[in-house]
Unconditional design. Structure first.
Length: 315
């Protein structure tokens, strides 16, 4: 039987019916309610019921819900989800009461990692590390073919291990976190800093951004880089160097078969991958002689959260 996967983001709740092969058969989307746990559960239930109504002759086995936050070891309570205004929220119970189906709650990055391991860039590998290079950096671990969640359910917060002692301030409260140097936010910071200090070199990025430094975003830098602009390529080289350095540290600890890179920054393809792979090879321990993990780009894109949540509910 198919299952339903729900991906709760800061702005939208997306849900889909997913079959055993990871294919989304139907999909709906609703705005995410702001700071209202009861209304959030209502929205999830509404999405589930709409999908069930579209396939009345096909029974649904279970519902998986991915949420951007810390989920406890029982996959039932959202301990903290800052962007959703949730704290110690029994989301599984709330949703289960409304839909009368088995429900599993999971961190959204874990759900995406599981989807990539089963149906995407990591399929065929039992040891993968997924790293999402978005506004921040998220992570998911599949080790020995199993999703690794840690003792308290909050493993793989890789964006917040500290790369630089006393470095840049991070929203998590610490300084020097990896996501301050290798995320989409870091890419934008590099582009804007270059435009302020050397506007002549940054001319193409400024043109795309409408002439203002503050208008330079990730899409501007990516577009300029794809055109071959040297300044934009330098921004990717810097971020790629930091990203590869972080992967080398993770390889020393986890020894995966492959890394899967997702998130908006990875949309640049080889413009990002080339410096990441080069940095990773330079910094990984045990070289020469050590077998290197592959570095691949995620394949499922925005569907990964839905697919992963649905498949975890099935398992």
């Amino acid at each position: 039987m198919p299952t339903i996967g729900v991906d709760i983001g800061g702005t939208k709740v997306a849900a889909g019916v997913v079959d055993h092969d990871g294919q989304i058969l139907d999909k709906v989307k609703y705005p995410t309610p702001a700071n209202d746990p009861g209304q959030l559960a209502d929205t999830v239930a509404k999405a589930v019921e709409e999908l069930r109504g579209r396939i009345p002759d096909t029974p649904i086995e279970a519902v998986g819900v991915g949420v951007a936050g810390f989920v406890d070891e029982d996959r039932s309570t959202v301990q903290v989800a800052v962007n959703l205004g949730l704290r110690d929220e029994p989301l599984k119970e709330r949703v289960q009461q409304r839909v009368e189906l088995p429900v599993v709650i999971e961190n959204d990055a874990n759900a995406a990692a599981w989807a990539e391991s089963r149906f995407g860039a990591g399929r065929g590998s039992d040891h993968i590390v997924c790293v999402t290079l978005g506004t921040g950096i998220g992570g998911g671990l599949v080790l020995g073919g199993e999703l690794h969640r840690g003792r308290f359910g909050v493993a793989a917060e890789v964006g917040h291990y500290r790369m630089v002692p006393h470095g840049r301030r991070c929203a998590c409260g610490n300084h020097g976190c990896w996501e301050q140097y290798a995320s989409g936010r870091a890419l934008v910071a590099e582009g804007q800093d270059l435009a302020r200090t050397d506007p002549v070199r940054a001319e193409r990025m400024l043109d795309i951004a409408g002439g203002t430094v503050d208008g330079i975003g990730g899409e501007c830098i990516t577009q300029a880089a794809l055109e071959g602009d040297a300044a934009a390529l330098e921004c990717f080289r810097i971020v790629g160097e930091w990203a590869g350095l972080g992967l080398a540290d993770l390889a020393a600890i986890l020894d995966p078969e492959c890394f899967v890179l997702g998130g908006g920054v990875s949309d640049a393809g080889d413009i990002l991958l080339d410096p990441v792979r080069a940095s990773f090879a330079r910094h990984v321990s045990g070289r020469p002689g050590r077998r290197l993990a592959e570095v691949r780009v995620a394949e499922l894109g925005g569907a990964a959260g839905i697919v992963g949540a649905a498949d975890l509910a099935r398992h």
